[in-house]
Design a protein around this ligand. Sequence first.
Ligand code: NAD
Length: 357
Amino acid sequence: MAQEEGKVIVRHEAAEEFVVALLEASGVSRKNAEIVARGLVQADLRGVESHGINRIPSYLSRIRNGVLDPKAEPTLTQVTPVVAQVDGHNGFGFPAAHLAMDTAISMARTFGIGMVSVKHSNHFGMSAWIVRQAVDAGMMSLVFTNSSPALPVWGGKSQLIGVSPIACGAPGGPSSVPFILDMAPSVAARGKIYKALRRGEKIPLDWALDADGKPTDDPEKALKGVMLPMGGPKGSALAIMMDVFSGVLSGSAFAGGVTGPYDMSKPGDVGHFIVAIKPDLFMSLDEFRQRMDILYQRVVGSDKMEGVDKIYFPGEIEQLTEATRLSQGIPFVQGEIDALNAEADMLGVPKLRPAAA
Ligand SMILES: NC(=O)c1ccc[n+]([C@@H]2O[C@H](COP(=O)([O-])OP(=O)(O)OC[C@H]3O[C@@H](n4cnc5c(N)ncnc54)[C@H](O)[C@@H]3O)[C@@H](O)[C@H]2O)c1
C-alpha cells in the first residue's frame, strides 16, 4: 500500500471510479454519479479535502435515511431567453448545479449572459468545480449557494445563517492562471472543522466558539457552538447575501430553513444562484485575455511584505496543488479510507484502490 508521511495515496482515477461505484450501487444514474464523483475528486485534487470524497458517507447516509432521492433528475424551466430555473427535486446538488451552469453557459454564448436559479437542491460540495466548468467553457461566472445555519448574524449569538461560499471566476490570459475565488464568509469553512475532527487535529482558536460562547480549539466543541464570520459584520452580510440570491429568490428554504448534509432528519432544500458571462462583450477576447495577464502580473509581482516568499492569484495555490496531485496522487489518512471502505462493504462494491507503492 502506497504511503507518504503516514498517508495513503490514491490516484484521482481510482477515487472517481470508487465514488461512481458507490453511488450507482445506491441508485444514482451513471451520468449523475460521474458528475458527483468529478466534483468531489476535484476538491481533493485542489487540496480542498474538506469537500472531497470524504463527504460520501454522509451523502449515502442521507439516501439510506430517505431524505435525499438518489434517482431524482433535475428539470429545467426557461423563464426568459437569458433566465432559467432548475428544480433539483431533492436529488444531489451536483447534477442540479451542473445543469444550471451548462444552461447559463449556452445562454451566455448567444446573449452574452445567462442566469439560472436552482431550488430544492442539496449540498454541491466545493463551489470552485462549478466555476471551473465556466472557465473551461471560456466564461466568467458567479456561483452562489445557501446552506444550513452555522453562523450567528453580527450581534447575534445563535446559529441562523449558513457558512455559504461566495464564488466567481474568469478565464486567464495567455500567461496567467484563471481567476477563481471560492471562499466561505466565515473565518474558515465548517468542512475544515469536520476534517480536523476526522483526523484528530485541533483547530485555530479564532475559527469558532463553543456552546458557552468561548473560543475553542476542539473541533467537537466547535461543532456544538458557532462558526465565526470573517470580518465581523461584513462576513455576516456576505452570508445573508448568499441567502437572498440563493434562497429567497429561488423559492428554496432560506432564513435558517436549509437542512445540513450531516442532518438526517429532512431534505436539504438548498438553493443556488448561477450566472455565466461572456468575457468578450465590450472588447475582443484577445484584448480581455491580455488585460487579465496584466492584472495577474501586477498582482503576483507586487512588493512582498516581510515573511512572504511568493504572492498568489486567487485559485492559484489550489491549481498548483491540483497539478501535483494529478501526477502524484491524493493523500488520505487511514481513518478516512476505512470510513469509505465501510460504505463499500455495506454496498458490496470493491474497496478504494490505493496507488501502487
Ligand atoms: N457547499 C457548501 O455549502 C459550502 C459551505 C462552506 C464552504 N464550502 C467550500 O469550502 C471550501 C473552503 O472555503 P474557505 O473559505 O475555507 O477557502 P480558503 O480560505 O482556503 O480560500 C478562500 C479563497 O482565498 C484564496 N486564497 C487562499 N489563500 C491564498 C493566498 N495565500 N494567496 C492568494 N489567494 C489565496 C483561495 O484561492 C480561495 O479562492 C470552498 O471550496 C467552498 O466552496 C462549501
